[in-house]
Design a protein around this ligand. Structure first.
Ligand code: GLN
Length: 305
């Protein structure tokens, strides 16, 4: 049994005051007001032991990390038909790029770039009676955590400045790969991105991707084993946009980042770890978060490779 608490404390103090060359995201104005000094880590093991350090209990905007939860619910509801509307290839492009959609006729490369997540949101709207409420209940049910909520402030803030997402949604609709009203799809997308969680909560909610036998408090399985394997595979190949190769190279785990500065990474069979440090590198991924995880999988010899 690894001494996870000691190891995360060691890496935390090594990295706490190093120079951080990243920048806090401010293209969503509300995110710009977060203190850059926040730094938290939490790991939850497959047998639900939890170890945390720093700001691991503070809730923050999980942003694109919620794309995993949207994908999970859509995959449950839609099954393999999902892949008729979204591909599973790394895009090698920034998260908000419009570039490939033209030649790909409106079929996004994967569910983790914005284009793909917007199509996933459209699919969810077609299935759900009250998408925002139903999605939130789904998240609360997975983690048995009724404190999960959206930040209306952050959702509103992104609505004001989310011009690229508006463009993406309209562009995809022109190829008929958005079935619902564009404003409704975007409102839902901005809300799922505004979900707030702490590192501790994040490392708990994704346990269903670490454990083939996972059941929630109601005794329900979240995904089949084959589906969980696929979600992990997409996280490994696409979770960090045009830095997915770099993350696999340095960390060696399936993972997903968000522009709020959070990263979750999964060791199928061992643990889920979440890191939060708001300053982002040029690719929109947490600078210290990546560094932390690189050191962590090296020290614990626990990458999947
Ligand atoms: N809400 C953000 C956006 O659409 C999510 C991006 C991210 O976290 N990478 O721009």
């Amino acid at each position: 049994m690894e001494n996870y608490q000691r190891i995360i404390e060691e890496i935390y103090s090594d990295l706490k005051s190093i120079e951080d060359t990243g920048k806090v995201a401010n293209y969503i104005p509300e995110l710009g007001s977060i203190s850059a000094d926040n730094f938290g880590i939490n790991i939850t093991t497959i047998d639900t032991k939890s170890f945390g350090i720093g700001n691991y209990k503070d809730k923050f905007s999980i942003q694109s990390i919620s794309k995993i939860l949207c994908l999970t619910l859509a995959y449950k509801l839609e099954g393999e038909k999902l892949w008729e509307r979204i591909d599973v290839e790394p895009s090698g492009n920034p998260f908000n790029s419009l570039l490939q959609l033209e030649s790909d006729c409106g079929k996004p490369r994967n569910p983790f770039i914005n284009a793909g997540a917007i199509v996933v949101c459209d699919i969810l709207i077609s299935h759900l009676k009250s998408p925002k409420e139903n999605f939130l209940s789904f998240c609360r049910d997975i983690s048995n955590n009724t404190t999960l909520h959206y930040s209306e402030k952050v959702a509103k803030s992104e609505k004001k400045t989310g011009f690229r997402n508006v463009a993406l949604c309209n562009f995809i609709k022109s190829f008929d790969n958005i079935k619902n009203n564009v404003d409704e799809v975007l409102d839902f997308y901005f809300h799922i991105c505004s979900l707030e969680m702490s590192c501790k909560e994040l490392s708990q909610i994704f346990l269903f991707l670490t454990d083939d036998n996972f059941r929630n408090h109601k005794g329900d399985r979240i995904l089949t084993m084959a589906q969980a394997k696929r979600v992990n595979a997409i996280m490994l190949t696409c979770g960090f946009y045009d830095e997915s190769g770099e993350f696999a190279f340095r960390v060696g785990l399936p993972g997903k980042s968000g522009v709020g500065g959070g990263i979750v990474a999964i060791h199928p069979d061992k643990y889920c770890i979440a890191v939060w440090s708001p300053k982002l590198n040029k690719k929109g991924n947490s600078y210290k978060g990546m560094l932390f995880l690189e050191k962590f999988t090296t020290k614990t010899a626990s990458s999947i490779f």
